[in-house]
Design a protein around this ligand. Structure first.
Ligand code: FES
Length: 157
């Protein structure tokens, strides 16, 4: 089973190299395609991309860590992002974060076991005069109190 999965990923990467070419500039579009299809770029996929493009795996990993739209682990179906920039920080971000973490039993940067929710910090969401700001999937919430955060979570749970 594992061998079949490995072969499928290798074949897929070889197809992407045919599509984009085998130069270094193909690295990003190849990773984007893998991310789009699998919702993450696994360790094995990273190694295979490095092997097929004849570059060091560290180079592949550093591109993934640079771009926030690429990740090495699958994310939850809902992404809850709390603004960590200074104005939201000063208007109570920490207590909102604490309430969310307590409610879900996970820390920011983690995903719930049922894969429903991933918590992430983000930088300014453009709602600085109405912080703390929370982005749930595509929707922005302003002036989020710990109680309001729990209410929002209950709507998506
Ligand atoms: S600082 Fe949080 S939205 Fe701008």
């Amino acid at each position: 089973m594992l061998v079949l999965e490995k072969n499928a990923m290798t074949e897929e990467i070889e197809e992407l190299v045919k599509k984009y070419g085998n130069s270094r500039s193909s690295l990003l579009p190849i990773l984007q395609d893998i991310q789009r299809k699998h919702k993450n770029v696994s360790d094995f996929a990273q190694q295979e991309v490095a092997r097929v493009l004849d570059i060091h795996p560290v180079e592949v990993y550093s591109v993934i860590s640079f771009y926030s739209f690429l990740n090495t682990k699958p994310k939850g179906r809902n992404i809850v992002r709390l603004c960590q920039t200074i104005t939201c920080d000063l208007s109570g971000k920490a207590s909102v974060a604490k309430a969310i973490e307590r409610e879900l039993g996970i820390k920011f940067g983690e995903t719930t076991k049922d894969n429903k929710i991933t918590l992430e910090y983000v930088n300014c969401l453009g709602m600085c005069d109405q912080g703390p700001a929370l982005l749930v999937n595509e929707r922005v919430y302003a002036k989020v109190s710990p109680e309001k955060a729990i209410q929002i979570l209950n709507e998506i749970k």
